[in-house]
Design a protein around this ligand. Structure first.
Ligand code: FMN
Length: 401
């Protein structure tokens, strides 16, 4: 039995949301959920016919129903279950108590925020990218603010997998909240070595592969931008571990769909999307590139429409769970991503401005389900998806400027 960690919120430790107050009034009436493909029976494509992440793969998806559990009295507010299975291909190995996670590189190793955030109330923690050997990272300056976001070129600074296991895993093992180790490398062998080292380590609940890394063996071409390279690293890691495996997509591609499909076919349990967009900034005093590394990754609210588009596209071609990342700073942002087909979300850059954002989203999601008369957030997943998936087009992204 795991020991529960005593942690506090800055607001003095808010109790978990326990449903709407019972004032002896009528229970909330289920709010109508917008009509969608779930109502159209056989029109529903296989890829969206059941919500990836639903607890039981055999259960029918009440996409646009009330979500009221059978046997629940209409007079009692039904209990709300926000849990989500992020690895339905290996059931029960990565079940989160709620779908709100913190994104890699924005929450350290989980301990840094222990005094201000009740980490045990999060769905899961993705730790900083971990490599085989320690890395010092890129030359400074490494971060700069941009309109609606930030650019970072941290360069995967981390102490290496051995130090991560020694310093952090014992503490993670004492937490209830699952910690997913974000893994990076410069070759398939690198990724496999890190994952083999993490296999069986108590406190490591899963792997998230950061494949937005240059493949030194292929002239620095990122794994994430090439379908075959993405599939090759995924299947090599899949063979090396029984841990739940999430693979993280890059937005820096013309058409992400074939890459997402290849990753699913190579054995990933879930897909997370998106990593940062490639960008740069100029130092106006010198007229030179501002970041020491010249290029940086753009994150924050500015990238949200890109993340939404990618989640929406990927949801139409895979049937494993999608974890949305990109500019999430509020409950509404998270709800948009659910509508686009995500079953869980990660909050990243918004944490730097307000570390309590993820837990506010958890509480807001629970309240939002209660208001709609839902017992789970899963009926909200995929409401924006078309009845039939858009066919991948030779033009890639489906827009007409
Ligand atoms: C400072 C910083 C460091 C990051 N480090 C990593 C990393 O080590 N591995 C990774 O996969 N993503 C990393 N990311 C990307 C985030 O996990 C996330 O995918 C991205 O920032 C988009 O989400 P956001 O807009 O909510 O921040 C980093 C992002 C930031 C801002």
């Amino acid at each position: 039995m795991k020991r529960k960690r005593s942690v506090v919120t800055s607001s003095g430790g808010a109790a978990p949301y326990a449903g709407p107050p019972r004032l002896g009034l009528r229970p909330p009436r289920p709010r109508p959920v917008p009509p969608g493909p779930g109502a159209r029976g056989s029109d529903v494509p296989k890829s969206v016919a059941s919500p990836p992440g639903a607890r039981s793969s055999s259960a029918a998806w009440p996409r646009h129903g009330t979500g009221l559990a059978p046997g629940v009295s209409p007079l009692e507010p039904a209990p709300i279950d926000l849990s989500v299975d992020l690895a339905p291909r290996r059931p029960g190995t990565l079940v989160l108590q709620n779908p709100v996670m913190v994104a890699s590189g924005t929450f350290g190793y989980g301990i840094e925020y222990g005094e201000v955030v009740d980490v045990e109330r999060l769905g899961a923690i993705c730790c900083k990218g971990t490599t085989l050997k320690p890395r010092l990272g890129n030359e400074p300056p490494r971060v700069t603010e941009t309109p609606g976001g930030m650019l970072n070129s941290i360069g995967l600074q981390n102490p290496g997998v051995e130090a991560v296991i020694e310093r952090y895993a014992p503490l993670w093992a004492s937490w209830q909240v699952p910690v997913i180790v974000n893994v990076a490398g410069e070759s398939i062998e690198d990724y496999v070595s890190v994952v083999e080292r993490l296999e069986g380590v108590s406190g490591v609940a899963g792997i998230e592969l950061n494949i937005s890394c240059p493949n030194v063996g292929r002239g620095g071409l990122q794994f994430a931008v090439d379908r075959d390279a993405a599939a090759a690293v995924t299947s090599a890691v899949r063979r090396a571990t029984e841990l739940p495996l999430i693979v993280k997509l890059s937005p820096n591609v013309t058409d992400v769909r074939p890459i997402a499909r290849a990753i699913q076919d190579a054995g990933a349990d879930a897909i997370s999307a998106i990593n940062t967009l490639s960008g740069m900034a100029i130092d106006r005093r010198s007229g030179k590139p501002l970041l020491g590394n010249v290029y940086g990754g753009l994150s924050g609210p500015a990238i949200r429409p890109v993340g939404l588009r990618i989640v929406f596209e990927v949801a139409q071609v895979v049937d494993i769970p999608i974890i949305a990342i990109g500019g999430i700073a509020s409950l509404d942002d998270a709800l948009d991503y659910l509508a686009a087909g995500a079953t869980a979300v990660q909050v990243g850059t918004a944490i730097f401005a307000d570390p309590e954002v993820p837990l506010r989203i958890v509480d807001g999601l629970r309240a939002s389900c209660a208001e709609r008369g839902l017992t789970s957030h899963l009926p909200l997943v995929g409401t924006a998806l078309p009845a039939r998936p858009n066919r991948p087009s030779a033009k890639g992204v489906e827009y007409r400027p």
